[in-house]
Design a protein. Structure first.
Length: 526
């Protein structure tokens, strides 16, 4: 009897061990906590649009050691950079987006606390320093920085506008400690204060230096481009987090690159998306994200970006805001960005080698599903107008509807747009026609004499260059059309009763006659 009971205990123990071994293990959870600034529109491609278009979920790793990982994604919005720095040092945030001046403070403070951070990518910036500025009430007698002596100036302390203000005051011989009164105030609080006249001036950053004059709240008296010191907004990550989860860092950077491509293709639509999310007027958002914007979107760490970080660190030391230095070469690290760009190149090359749908040969449509999903979400947020049937080639993708010849933009770094596969496009005389599965053949040409070979083509090109540029409407000549005409989407005017884009409203808002004062820029924006 005793022997039988012992065997029962052994049997129960084996069953318990096998049951524990067969129990599925819980998924590992990785936190991705990101601090961004929604109202700072040049951070949109790193925060707002990545979140609204669900781009991060698409590029987070899900293979190998990340196969059974559950990602806990948390987005937190801040009005300036210093609070993000505090949260990163406290361990509550893994990534942060801020300008160069708070980024330099972040690098110094985090290293002093023994929790170093890395500057891993740029979101947007200006080599001349444009984007920051100082504004005053409309009825203020001040027109220069020197006129602000003895005045009360508000600025978000620790922001890039704070650094610009300190440099601007020093340039005109004013002491920030004795000649003016500085108070800490966020842009959202500064707008009603400017209307009420409780402050004499406000130093601010993107986009408020343009937004307040656009709304008729204030008048700009100083632009950051006067300093000719580069300024930028970038992305930072905790060094320990990047070392533990490098693939997650690369995935976020790939999402940023994709958001940048999407905005480049249709800045008007996504300027309206930014307006819906943040309340910043689409016209002002377009000032920064349009093709001739105030700042430039570029994820790489250009020498100008590094110079801006060094100047910010030197400004902090010069004004005795810190007694520590910042090693910018060690602080700025582009290893993860290079891996993200290499991943994009591999994806594009793989898409180019794969066969196209329904055709034996030819490149496949790169990022077709990704573009379609992101654009569908963008259409749900903003107004989507008809773009025509467009196929995206490998590369940066199509940027609009094809023209009458089925061609799109030919700008460097971009790939031409083609009609969807199977659609018949008008054929031009004298052009080699390549069709999938067939040998290239030349179409017949009517009304032309001589050889159609490359020598004749070169002779015709030389003759056209010798004639000089054609003028639209000249006798015997056809009007000149831009080679990018097919890439630009037709924008109906308000006269037709159709949709009016933010770009149309921006042009319509400009004064008809140029200002006569020497301060033409201030008069224009006011």
């Amino acid at each position: 009897m005793t022997k039988l009971c012992s065997w029962r205990w052994v049997f129960c123990l084996v069953i318990a061990v096998l049951g524990a071994a067969c129990t599925p293990s819980e998924k590992k959870t990785i936190r991705v906590a990101i601090g961004t600034q929604n109202a700072t529109v040049n951070c949109a491609t790193g925060g707002l649009l990545v979140r609204e278009l669900d781009l991060l979920e698409r590029y987070l790793p899900s293979e190998g050691p990340y196969k059974d990982v559950h990602y806990e994604i948390a987005w937190r919005d801040f009005s300036s950079g210093p609070p993000i720095t505090a949260e990163m040092i406290a361990g509550n945030l893994d990534f942060g987006m801020m300008a160069d001046f708070p980024a330099a403070m972040n690098g110094i403070a985090s290293r002093r606390a023994g929790k170093p951070t890395l500057y891993i990518a740029t979101l947007s910036g200006s080599a001349a320093g444009a984007g920051n500025g100082i504004v005053v009430p409309l009825d203020s007698p001040a027109h220069t920085v020197a006129d602000l002596k003895g005045k009360r100036i508000s600025v978000p302390f620790g922001s890039t506008a704070h650094g610009m203000l300190l440099r601007a005051l020093s340039d005109v011989g004013l002491d920030p400690e004795r000649d003016v009164t500085l108070v800490s105030q966020q842009p959202g609080e500064a707008e009603p204060a400017l209307k009420a006249g409780t402050i004499d001036a406000h130093a601010t950053f993107v986009p408020f230096a343009e937004l307040f004059p656009f709304r008729g709240v204030a008048r700009k008296i100083y632009d950051g481009a006067t300093t000719q010191i580069p300024t930028s907004h970038g992305m930072l990550v905790r060094a320990a987090y990047a070392e533990d989860h490098p693939e997650v860092v690369v995935g976020l950077l790939r999402a940023v690159i994709e958001a940048d491509r999407i905005v480049e293709r249709d800045p008007e639509r996504y300027s309206e998306v930014i307006e819906q999310v943040t309340g910043v007027d689409a016209e002002v958002a377009y000032m920064f994200h349009g093709p001739l914007g105030v700042q430039t979107r570029d994820v790489t760490l250009k020498p100008q970006v590094l110079r801006g970080l060094r100047v910010a660190a030197d400004t902090l030391a010069l004004l005795q805001r810190t007694n520590a230095s910042l090693d910018v070469d060690r602080f700025a690290d582009d290893r993860y960005l290079r891996q993200a760009c290499e991943g994009v190149r591999r994806e594009v090359r793989g898409a180019a080698r794969a066969p196209r749908e329904g055709a034996p040969h030819g490149p496949r449509r790169a990022h077709r599903g990704a573009d379609r999903g992101a654009e569908a979400r963008g259409a749900a947020l903003g107004d989507r107008r008809d773009q025509g049937p467009v196929v995206r080639e490998p590369g940066l993708g199509a940027r609009g509807a094809p023209d009458a010849r089925g061609r799109g933009p030919a700008a460097p770094g971009h790939v031409r747009a083609r009609p969807a596969h199977g659609a018949e496009a008008p054929r031009r005389p004298g052009v080699v026609r390549r069709e999938p599965g067939r040998r290239p053949r030349r179409l017949p040409v009517e009304g032309l004499r001589g050889d159609l070979g490359p020598r004749a083509a070169r002779r015709r090109q030389a003759a056209r260059r010798a004639q000089g540029p054609r003028r639209a409407g000249a006798a015997g000549q056809r009007p000149v059309t831009s080679p990018h005409a097919g890439a630009q989407r037709a924008m109906p005017t308000p006269a037709t009763g159709a949709h009016e884009s933010c770009f149309d409203r921006l042009i319509r808002a400009r004064p008809q006659a140029p200002p006569t004062s020497s301060r033409s820029f201030e008069n224009w924006v006011s």
